[in-house]
Design a protein around this ligand. Structure first.
Ligand code: NZQ
Ligand code: ZN
Length: 387
């Protein structure tokens, strides 16, 4: 187990009708709220109306900025910052999925940045302060509702990078599983692939003896394997949506990464795909994750895959090597059961930029991955395996 410092500052309001607490939850942080939304789902399904009703009831003044798209753009962040500055906003509320939340985090610290905001994403700079933010989550996937991460796309530079600061962790998050009843099957599946990948990125690690995070991670994976396909087939199944929603937050709120060196190579490789081809994050992960596993499995890593096979997929009675290989097959079958693609060509990606994307990652990070360290040639190889 590695040393760690962990702080979980988000007050979670989980369950049906928790929106009733919104005004009371925001009030300690201010009285002028900027509500930020995506392309329209929250208005179509009544969540926006419900939010403003409760803010009005509690006498909280609100402004609106709508139109954040999936894989949120730097330009939309800049526009949001302008609106927040003009209206002297003191709290920003994200209504939506990870894209809206990540854009809100960028606005929250961007409001205090004088120079180029993108430099913070390029150079992992430290931030001094940020506006407090909250979320009303409508899609279970990223965990952004309970962490300090923000992933933004610079559309001009074809770059998509993460930025992290504890100062960006939401103060409050409303997690009402009924809000995810309207998420269409494909987005539900992308979300499940993302949650599962977050767990794997932290589970596969060079750190030994971290039983607490590892056994929690296994319980989360079993939850996703059981309830994910049910949420996919029965969008209004409350128990399924509730378990997937809480699994999404638990997968990336710091708990299963605490005390461990974590990998994140698959995520960084996926961000390149999204930057170049604007595909949904979870779709790219579903393609890449099993190929990364195939590449990462060797004599040094076999024990981790063996443990994964036995504890998560209940594979018994096989040799270590067979168990390890079977665990990768089971992972792919699980993703297939959600009708997720398994090849880059399935989503219209050919080999044109694979080398360039591998070079970009080398330029930005030198090597990626901590469980299995990947150099440029390894990255390109995994992309080609996935073709
Ligand atoms: O824009 P609207 O109209 O709201 O529609 C959205 C969008 O089209 C729709 N949607 C959301 N809630 C809905 C709904 N449709 C019907 N009913 C609802 N209740 O779903 C579509 C996708 O939304 P988006 O927010 O893009 O999805 P997701 O939550 O998967 O977020 C993806 C983004 O988060 C980043 C990804 O890279 C990607 O940019 N990530 C953020 C992380 C973090 N901050 O910790 C970690 C992740 O690994 C990830 O990189
Ligand atoms: Zn992710």
């Amino acid at each position: 187990m590695e040393n760690f410092i962990l702080q979980l500052p988000t007050r979670i309001y989980f369950g049906k009708n928790q929106i009733e607490n919104l005004g009371k939850a925001i009030r300690p942080y201010g009285n002028k709220v900027l509500i930020v939304t995506g392309k329209g789902s929250v208005k179509k399904y009544g969540i926006f109306d419900s939010v403003v009703d409760y803010l009005n009831k509690d006498g909280i003044k609100w402004f609106e900025y709508s139109g954040i798209c999936p894989n949120p753009r730097l330009s939309s962040v800049t526009e949001g910052i302008k609106i927040a500055r003009e209206n002297n906003i003191d709290f920003i509320l994200a209504l939506g999925g990870g894209s809206v939340i990540d854009a809100v985090k960028a606005m929250a610290f961007g409001i205090y940045v004088e120079g180029d905001l993108w430099d913070y994403y390029l150079e992992d700079r430290r931030i001094e302060k940020a506006l407090p933010i909250g979320t009303v989550l409508t899609l279970s996937a990223t965990g952004s509702e309970m962490n300090g991460g923000s992933v933004i796309t610079n559309e001009d530079k074809k770059q998509k990078y993460p930025f992290f600061s504890y100062k960006l962790t939401p103060k409050i998050s409303i997690l009402d599983p009924t809000y995810t009843f309207t998420v269409p099957p494909d987005q539900t599946a992308y979300g499940i692939a993302d949650i599962f990948s977050h767990i794997l990125e932290q589970y596969f690690s060079p750190t030994c003896g971290a039983w607490v995070p590892d056994r929690i991670a296994e319980a989360l994976m079993k939850t996703v394997i059981h309830w994910g396909p049910i949420a996919y087939k029965e969008p209004k199944n409350y128990i399924a949506r509730a378990n997937i929603m809480w699994a999404s937050s638990m997968a990336l709120n710091g708990i299963i990464g605490a005390g461990k060196i974590t990998d994140w190579a698959t995520h960084l490789m996926e961000h390149e795909l999204s930057a170049y081809y604007d595909i949904p994050h979870g779709e790219g992960l579903a393609i890449l994750q099993p190929y990364w596993m195939e590449f990462a499995l060797d004599e040094e890593t076999i024990n981790s895959f063996d443990t994964y096979g036995r504890n998560v997929w209940d594979i018994n009675g096989m040799s270590d090597e067979k168990t390890a290989r079977e665990s990768i097959v089971r992972t792919r079958e699980f993703l297939d059961s959600l009708d997720l693609p398994s090849h880059l060509q399935d989503v219209g990606i050919d080999d044109k930029y694979l080398k360039e994307m591998a070079e970009n990652l080398e330029k930005r990070f030198n090597t990626i991955g901590r469980f299995k360290i990947l150099k440029r040639d390894d990255i390109e190889k995994i992309y080609r395996m996935a073709l």
